[in-house]
Ligand binder design. Sequence first.
Ligand code: ADP
Length: 273
Amino acid sequence: MSAPAPVSDPLAAYRITEAPYYRPCSGEVALYQHAYAHRLPLILKGPTGCGKTRFVEYMAWKLGRPLVTLACNEDMTAADLVGRWLLDADGTRWHDGPLTLAARHGAICYLDEVVEARQDTTVVIHPLTDARRMLPLDRKGELVHAHPDFQLVVSYNPGYQSAAKDMKPSTRQRFAALEFDYPDATVETEIVAHEAGIDAALAAQLVGVAQGSRALRQQGLDEGISTRMLIYAGILIRDGVAPRDSCEMTLTRALTDDPDLLAALRQLVDAHF
Ligand code: ADP
């Protein structure tokens, strides 16, 4: 008798096999575990580049769940989330979108920067976020009941939002929220040193620049230097690029075009290097 054909795993590409490096900052790991135990939909709030995506990757790995991630943008349609009919050699075939794939087979679905999507797109997540936990595929005539392991997580940067782009209360109140911010200096130094492969003293200098830049938010800077940007600076310095050139490229110029703010950022770099 021949062996049964291997059952293909539709989520194989989304399984995280190696532990992602994540440095917990407060009680967020335990809080997430509680939220997941009840499959509560979650909003991760916080500025860009502060570790939200890495956190979800880490939690998905820790919980042994596949992670389906989708970066949202304003051109996205509901079909990009739920799926569409596609033409192939055998005719038309339904192709599950990332949200449907996750809901059907039991992944964590992470919609990054969800408010970037138009509101008529985001309403498709509503029936998945209440007790019904289902996803109607109108174009296919199917009602998908979410797999028991499915969880929806979205990220949201309150600093960016204009009134027009704020999250609708009807969407927002369906989620529990975890608040993120840049870690304190000691923790951020540890993260930057680890991720960029540089020593702690150099990482601390970079973190000093970032902290100064975050104080410039009151003076018109939309966002301060993020942990991600510090890692880029650290990588260039490790590569042998002069520290000031690295900072100019990855921190100063990357952040603003405003001449006054550029000057203020350069002063910060000069003060630390
Ligand atoms: P966000 O999703 O908030 O925009 P990311 O999760 O992409 O930010 O974080 C940017 C980078 O910063 C990550 O790739 C990771 O290298 C690093 N990082 C930030 N916070 C942490 C943390 N707490 N532990 C480990 N790495 C972190």
